[in-house]
Write a protein that binds this ligand. Structure first.
Ligand SMILES: Nc1ncnc2c1ncn2[C@@H]1O[C@H](COP(=O)(O)OP(=O)(O)O)[C@@H](O)[C@H]1O
Ligand SMILES: [Mg+2]
Length: 334
């Protein structure tokens, strides 16, 4: 199948715990790496398993630097010389870039990657991996200022992804991602759904939130066995159902710590991964950097009002640079 020429995609895998987000994210990352496409993989799931799913052993996974522990460095770097952001302390997860901010690119080297990313060797290529770090009870509650996924949101808001580059984020479909603007940061969101009522209810809730923000949402049915499962998902999800994946012996072997070569992944699952890639490619035309920037501002003002101003003692609305639009014209190497 021919690939389109201009693809540069931010992709989220979301779903309820156990649905297969991490498994499918890792397969998709392996698929991209195997076709020599630059990819940054980000683990923002409550259960941090993306590293192991990409083949890291326990010690390697435990040694991954946590984004959540490097927030000051990330903020200082991204802030650059932006005069609207007085200090890293006043930078919250939704603070948008403006003139003077530093932006991130998938392929470059920068202090954020040096500190927070590790290269993972995969069959046929490598991926950059960044992880939020393990979540504590405090992360799952109200907030906010030290939020681990906040580091990811900051990076996404400062990321200008160029041609043929991918950012794949494994994340929980929780209320945290709706309170912030995280769920609007992607070209396409793959919602992993098992053929169960619980799975479908997560879909309904996500769709509801996503509707007002032009989020492109596609359902990936997982652990689908047989016609009855397929009929159920079709009936509940309709046209949003992109593709289904059944039980994979390859995945099971990988879980046992004995991953076969990636080229041995079942044909039907390889086809499913190609379907995901094609669906992602197809959203390129829908890209709207102005809307993307406006949404950052929308969520920033909302967070500033609800907790940020009080927490930082600053008027965070003043951080918004009204003349700034994030777009690909700033991707040209300097
Ligand atoms: N298609 C599949 N075939 C075989 N095992 C699967 C498949 N999808 C998920 N699993 C298994 O189900 C469990 C939960 O999957 P995981 O990706 O960790 O879910 P999540 O990240 O959504 O919590 C894991 O043990 C994983 O190996
Ligand atoms: Mg997971």
């Amino acid at each position: 199948m021919a690939r389109l020429l201009f693809v540069n995609m931010k992709i989220a895998f979301v779903g309820k715990g156990g649905s297969g987000k991490t498994t499918l994210s890792s397969l998709f990352v392996r698929h991209l790496a195997a076709t020599a496409q630059p990819v940054v993989a980000v683990d923002a799931d409550i259960n941090q398993h993306l590293g192991p799913a990409l083949g890291l052993d326990e010690a390697e996974a435990a040694a991954l630097p946590a984004l959540g522990e490097h927030l000051p460095l990330i903020k200082d770097y991204l802030r650059g010389s932006n005069p609207r952001i007085a200090s890293a302390d006043t930078m919250i997860k939704t603070t948008p870039p403006g003139a003077g901010s530093r932006l991130l690119r998938v392929r470059e080297n920068n202090p954020v990657y040096d500190t927070c990313a590790r290269s993972v060797e995969l069959d046929g290529g490598a991926a950059r991996l960044m992880v939020t770090g393990p979540f504590t009870d405090a992360d799952l509650g109200v907030s906010c200022y030290h939020s681990k996924t906040g580091a990811v949101e900051l990076c996404l808001n400062h990321l200008v992804d160029g041609r043929d580059e991918f950012v794949v984020v494994d994340m929980t479909a929780g209320s945290d991602s709706f309170a912030s603007g995280m769920f609007t940061r992607f070209d396409i969101t793959f919602l992993v759904v098992e053929p169960t009522r619980k799975g479908v209810s997560v879909y309904r809730q996500y769709k509801e939130y996503a509707r007002d923000f032009g989020v492109v949402l596609k359902v990936v049915g997982n652990k689908v066995q047989g016609q009855d499962d397929l009929d159920f998902l079709r009936a509940e999800v309709g046209d949003d159902l992109l593709v289904t994946v059944g039980h994979s012996d390859w995945v099971r072997a990988m879980e046992k710590g004995r991953p076969p070569r990636f080229e041995l992944l079942e044909d039907v699952n390889r086809r499913a991964l190609r379907m995901l890639e094609i669906a992602a490619d197809a959203t390129y035309e829908l890209r709207d950097w102005e809307r993307y920037t406006q949404q950052m501002v929308h969520f920033h003002l909302k967070n500033a009002r609800s907790w940020g101003n009080e927490r930082t003692g600053a008027d965070l609305a003043a951080q918004v640079d009204p003349g700034f639009v994030l777009d690909e014209s700033v991707t040209a190497p300097v």
